[in-house]
Design a protein. Sequence first.
Length: 460
Amino acid sequence: MYILTAIPFVFLLICWYGIAVPPKNLRHLPRVAILPLLWSYLTGETEDCRIKRLVLPFSRAGEQVVLVWALGRWMVHILDYKLAQELSDNVVLFPKETPDDASLLWRFVGSATFSARIPIEAFTSLAHSLSAIVGKRCTVIWDKYAQCFALDAVGSTVLGHNFDAIETDNLFVQDYNGVMGEIADPLYLIFPWMERTFPRRKLMCRIDTLVDSFMKLLTDKKVDPGDDMMTFMLKDPAMSHRELRDNMITLFIGGHDTAAGAISTLFYFLARRPDIQQRARAEVLDVLGDDLDPTVEQLSGVSLPYLTACIREALRINTPISYIVPRQANQPVQLGKYAIPAYTSLIVNIYAIHHDSGRWASPDSFMPERFLERGWQKSGWLPFALGPRQCPARNFAMYEQRALAAVFLREYEWTLPEQSIHRDSLKNAFSPFALTLPHDLELTFTRIEKAGKMSRKWGS
């Protein structure tokens, strides 16, 4: 009788030991305590808050790496910029890790890479469409508008499909947001094995339905090709149907979720700092003047250095992606003062590096001027990753933000409402992809009449 009673207890003890204690070959590394981590996951704490509370203390203590338990295993987080460079530059020693196919995140996203051209005309046209929706004076939930703009931008220029998210209440977006919300169940993120033991069949069906919607877009694109990235990929005979599907889904997520987060963060800090907003506006008006059609050159970082500095600082302080895709050491390796065993999962913690007080003065303060200083490139800025693993769409993303910001700076002033939940600090949503995306961000826009006349010359 006592033996039967003890069996469940022993089983729980074994399970707890497997979670609480890292593998023997990793125990020499510093690690985040498991109980605060589990509590953070279970309570839905956002990635930025978790990193500040549990990970950054190790960085401030001089540690360059730290073990963090997530997604059912212990992983090594890289907190040091130089080690991140070493990891990123050696693609042979540190290949990309292949996720577990059973994970619902992997089931939906797949694996893909992409690049894109710079469609300035499309960006400015969509910016004017969004401006028309905002009107003369209006308080809007800006993160939703940013998502619609980013989706239409990636849809019309990369996927070759008009989602018309700015003008309509798009069902595709609703389905996507619903699936992402359901995937983000803390228990299943903490214990991925639950997908096998207690499968979420309804969610699997919703994911499969959404994937089928992407497959239909792909089929339509084969029938009606255009001047877009998906048409280009369809011409590659070596690319399988599944690879094409994975590329489309990755383009969809990477091209609109992260862009929407970056846009929301930029506009938030410009709202909080009217002095910075006014300086950026003066630069835009000085460079663009009354031009009917802004060119790539006019919207470049060289032409708009201060606005570009604002964008870079927004990407630093609330980087849309907290981590670089996990890598795996294919043999024992020495990273700094740490011995890393073979087949160890390694993650570059972008957010932690961007808030390293040893590299950034006042890391929690929005200071665009730091990106006007000579040599800022060596400061540890890596929102698009590093080296050969940099995001190939980084120029696309920077021009997209400059185009939208330039149009709105000419046409509007904007502020935070008095009762904003973001009055003291930016609040992000919980994300299964470790994204830092502002949530329920209300902004009040007031049209500048003189700028409105200029914008009409642009065709708005």
